[in-house]
Design a protein around this ligand. Structure first.
Ligand SMILES: NC(=O)c1ccc[n+]([C@@H]2O[C@H](COP(=O)([O-])OP(=O)(O)OC[C@H]3O[C@@H](n4cnc5c(N)ncnc54)[C@H](OP(=O)(O)O)[C@@H]3O)[C@@H](O)[C@H]2O)c1
Length: 247
């Protein structure tokens, strides 16, 4: 019996790497995101990946994905990201609304829609991609820190509420990951500002590093719940403590 894993935000970065890795682990992977052409390319490369056009901010879109599934053993709530680096006093309300809608309510919509199938699988795994921003604020983090705190608290609440059900709840909280889109989205398409985030940092985490951690968590025996993985590059000792070498 082939298990099914649903990965949101699979058109780029950590989600794409996770879709590839779970496919390599033998899962049938349903890869969801808005940019269908990127998903089609991924599915053409990896036959056990099924592309699905998904917007986690749309209940209709989430319901359509849920209705298309025969089963669901793993749900990776990865779709999300940051918008802006302004101090709170100068933040844009609509950025905060979008971040909350994607990172937090997107996770809620997907979890509500797929939880019955995760339970029905007899060994479901619910993964939430939060961040170290989910428990440590930083200047300019604003709405992203707030959204990731909310998403992180959801992981804890869900684990309490689901105790006794055959579902594990795993939180993956990375620090600095040089993914394809994260910093570019945060700086509204400004690639120069985005690359400054990683300037001089020897070896930030890669999307594959995070996918590796996710794959390890979901492939543990059914009774082993990895509550939370906090991972950073060796060059990042804490949110503010990043080793940079000048070039
Ligand atoms: N990079 C980091 O340093 C870092 C650190 C900690 C945590 N994280 C978290 O890791 C997750 C993945 O980020 P990443 O670094 O891989 O960034 P990324 O390369 O920008 O990927 C973000 C993914 O989310 C998808 N997405 C965004 N809005 C969506 C929506 N409304 N519906 C469906 N999919 C949506 C995007 O696809 P479409 O645009 O095609 O929809 C894309 O595939 C995020 O939750 C992020 O907060 C990242």
């Amino acid at each position: 019996m082939t298990k099914t894993a649903v990965v949101t935000g699979a058109s780029s970065g950590i989600g794409e790497a996770t879709a590839r890795r779970l496919a390599a682990e033998g899962y049938h992977v349903v890869a969801g995101a808005r940019r269908r052409e990127r998903l089609d390319k991924l599915a053409a490369e990896v036959p056990s990946i099924t592309p699905f056009t998904l917007d986690v901010t749309s209940q209709e879109s989430v319901d359509a994905l849920a209705a298309s599934l025969d089963r669901c053993d793993v749900l990776v709530n990865n779709a999300g990201g940051a918008l802006g680096m302004e101090p709170v006093a100068e933040s844009r309300v609509d950025d905060w609304q979008r971040m909350y809608d994607t990172n937090v309510l997107g996770t809620l919509r997907m979890t509500r829609a797929l939880l019955p199938r995760l339970i029905g699988s007899g060994d479901g795994v619910l993964v939430l991609l939060t961040s170290t921003a989910g428990f440590t604020p930083y200047e300019g983090g604003g709405g992203y820190v707030a959204a990731k705190h909310a998403q992180s608290s959801m992981a804890g609440t869900l684990r309490l509420e689901l105790v006794g059900e055959p579902v594990r709840v795993v939180e993956i909280a990375p620090g600095m990951v040089r993914s394809e889109g994260f910093a570019v989205t945060r700086f509204r398409g400004d690639a120069t500002a985005a690359s400054r985030v990683y300037e001089g940092v020897p070896d930030p985490l890669t999307s594959d590093d995070v996918a590796d951690a996710i794959a390890w968590c979901v492939t543990r025996p059914a009774h082993v719940n990895i509550d939370r993985v906090v991972m950073r590059p060796r060059a990042q000792a804490a949110q503010h403590k990043v080793h940079r070498v000048s070039g």
